[in-house]
Design a protein. Structure first.
Length: 341
């Protein structure tokens, strides 16, 4: 639930077309985009919305429609597709729901988790799951759907990414990036960074980018570039003021341009740039940009608007130049956006 990192700000309500919710099972088309609606913490109103890029149709109850009407749980945090299976992390329900990616029907679930956050896949036999409260990094087998191992973290861990057979793990409580050997699962190094490291991406040169939020005590946000061949820090980009926040990260499909959410919208920079951008590529202007994803096939950008964290949110679709193509209402607190394959 990204709402841990944002203030409850009440902004204007934007009108979008009425969504089309089907009574029967929903067909998952080739051009489907899945929006994960977190819902309110402890309300159990998380949901999945299915958007078709071709005809711009939207179904906001796709999980219920395809699973005999049952809700998915409390706080849908993230998801990753592994083969033809979708692993959906349901944070406050302490589980991972495993769905058929072509039908979104329930297959099984992985239980005995505490407060899971994100999944990073090493192989069909190995994936890492971060956790907010457990003080552990879980290792699961995606084939058997079982927890096979844990790594002690002694604190909250968030996003991760893999490069050069190493896992780069944002360790929020220690203000460090942990480097883990994915062959032996041993901790190789701990890299000190700014407060609240959270988001991680790997660019075309196999360098890791880490966004640090600055914490809750007035620290500045910062963006780190780490060379994964030797785990040295190549660059540190610090916000000019404490208001210049650096949030969620995303790369284009050639992985040479880095996007991030900032105080005034979505910003973009080349991975070779020597300074942070000043002007947003897409301005938020009276909108609460909460999460975003870039389509790896088309480079189209989808940005979610949480509005006031209470009512149903909106997702905006832009081309890569930042021209708006569509806008549609989804569920409460839309966060992660997944492009089904």
């Amino acid at each position: 639930m990204k709402q841990l990192f944002y203030l409850f700000i009440f902004l204007s309500i934007f009108s979008c077309r009425t969504d089309d919710e089907q009574d029967g099972p929903v067909i998952v088309a080739d051009a489907s985009v899945l929006i994960l609606n977190e819902g309110n913490y402890n309300f159990g109103n998380a949901s999945l919305s299915l958007y078709n890029q071709n005809d711009k149709s939207i179904d906001n109850k796709v999980f219920q429609s395809n699973n005999l009407g049952r809700p998915i749980g409390d706080v849908v945090q993230s998801a990753v597709q592994i083969g033809n299976e979708l692993f959906v992390v349901v944070n406050n329900s302490s589980k991972i729901e495993v769905l058929d990616a072509s039908t979104l029907k329930y297959i099984t679930s992985i239980q005995q988790l505490n407060s899971p956050r994100y999944i990073t896949v090493a192989s069909n036999q190995k994936a890492y799951v971060s956790d907010l409260y457990e003080n552990k990094l879980y290792i699961i087998n995606p084939s058997s759907k079982r927890i096979v191992k844990t790594i002690e973290t002694k604190g909250w861990v968030e996003e991760m990414a893999i490069a050069n057979n190493k896992l780069y793990l944002s360790h929020v409580d220690s203000n460090q990036v942990w480097v883990v050997d994915i062959i032996t699962d041993s901790i190789l190094k701990k890299i000190n960074v700014h407060e609240q490291p959270q988001f991680v991406e790997i660019d075309k040169d196999r360098n890791a980018w880490i966004a640090c939020g600055g914490g809750l005590n007035g620290g500045k946000s910062a963006l780190y570039q780490i060379q994964t061949s030797n785990d040295s820090i190549l660059s540190i980009f610090e916000g000019a003021t404490v208001d210049d926040k650096i949030g969620e990260l995303g790369l284009n499909n050639t992985k040479d341009q880095l996007h991030f959410l900032g105080k005034d919208g979505l910003y973009v920079m080349n991975i070779s740039d020597n300074s942070l951008p000043i002007t947003p590529k897409i301005s938020s202007v009276n909108r609460l940009f909460y999460g975003f994803s870039i389509d790896p096939e088309t480079n189209e950008i989808y940005i979610s608007d949480a509005i006031d964290y209470q009512q149903r949110g909106v997702v905006y679709r832009f081309n890569y130049q930042g021209i708006e193509l569509d806008a549609f209402k989804v569920g409460v607190i839309p966060g992660d956006i997944v492009f089904l394959k």
